[in-house]
Design a protein around this ligand. Structure first.
Ligand SMILES: Nc1nc2c(ncn2[C@@H]2O[C@H](COP(=O)(O)OP(=O)(O)OP(=O)(O)O)[C@@H](O)[C@H]2O)c(=O)[nH]1
Ligand SMILES: [Mg+2]
Length: 258
């Protein structure tokens, strides 16, 4: 079993990509377990195989502890630690080729608090795993937003400590010109100094150094659309390269155990 952690800012497309990547995996004759890890999820585009809402209800946490929606979500995720062994057992019982974990959009859970990485470590113990950090393509068209989003991706990389693939989502919303501008910006050859020129930064040297550091931290940048399906096969290829050195799952290391 290989674990794929789907993370990224609120609304970046995690649940929609979980759905379309799961379909892609199944269409290619492999099995997948869809795990909803968001205790506050109202609507999901897929039917979860394992759902943290079966263990905790954010509305109950709000009422019991007099918390607002954000505080209650953070508290609910903290409380998940009590159920982590049950969750892991339930997930492992599927014995699927892949497990997709659809994380909540509040990035502080993984980037700034201890509990997120702790939960992920428990879930994935002894299994190979990879993180997808999702970036909304439309937001990333603005170079300063792109650098800011990349910094957030580094925060999650530092805490989750797993190989991380940057996944540029919703590319169907871009015009061909916008798409090529975005791909140029994220390409290995792109000069950070060109990006900074465009935004007339207050401290260009600092921004260039940050931009260069964050560009080195991710293994791959893959543009996708969960709506049109474009790029999902490249994303799978990148996941494969990380998890099994590019060998097809079905021919290599079927248990996925480390
Ligand atoms: N056009 C387009 N819209 C998308 C795509 N992926 C997601 N969306 C839309 O973006 C919005 C947010 O998508 P979600 O999948 O709920 O995003 P999320 O990251 O799971 O959101 P949270 O869990 O609330 O953080 C929804 O309206 C989706 O329909 C895509 O590839 N193309
Ligand atoms: Mg979601």
């Amino acid at each position: 079993m290989y674990y794929i952690i789907v993370t990224g800012p609120a609304g970046s497309g995690k649940s929609t990509l979980t759905d379309s990547l799961a379909h892609w995996i199944e269409d290619n004759e492999m099995s997948v377990a869809r795990v909803n890890f968001d205790p506050a999820a109202d609507y999901l585009p897929y039917s979860p195989d394992v759902d943290v809402r079966d263990f905790l209800n954010v509305k109950d946490v709000m009422e019991k502890y007099n918390l607002g929606p954000n505080g209650a979500l953070i508290a609910a995720v903290d409380m998940l630690i009590n159920y982590i062994s049950d969750l892991r057992e339930e997930i492992e019982s599927f014995n699927s080729n892949y497990v997709l974990i659809d994380m909540p959009g509040q990035l502080e859970i993984v980037a700034f608090r201890r509990v997120g990485p702790l939960l992920i470590d428990h879930l994935t113990k002894g299994r190979k795993s990879v993180t997808l950090f999702l970036i909304d393509s439309y937001l990333a068209l603005n170079p300063l937003s792109a650098i800011s989003l990349l910094l957030l991706s580094v925060s999650t990389l530092l805490r989750i400590k797993k190989p991380q693939i940057l996944t540029l989502t919703k590319t169907d919303l871009l015009t061909p010109d916008q798409e090529s501008k975005l791909l140029n910006m994220f390409s290995e050859e792109a000069q950070c100094s060109d990006m900074v020129d465009e935004v007339a930064a207050f401290d260009p040297e600092l921004i260039i150094k940050l931009c260069e550091a964050v560009k080195e931290s991710s293994i791959d940048v893959i543009p996708v659309s969960a709506v049109s399906g474009k790029g999902i096969d490249e994303l799978y290829g990148s996941i494969q390269r990380v998890l099994s050195g590019g060998e097809d799952y079905l021919t290599e290391e079927a248990s996925g155990k480390l």
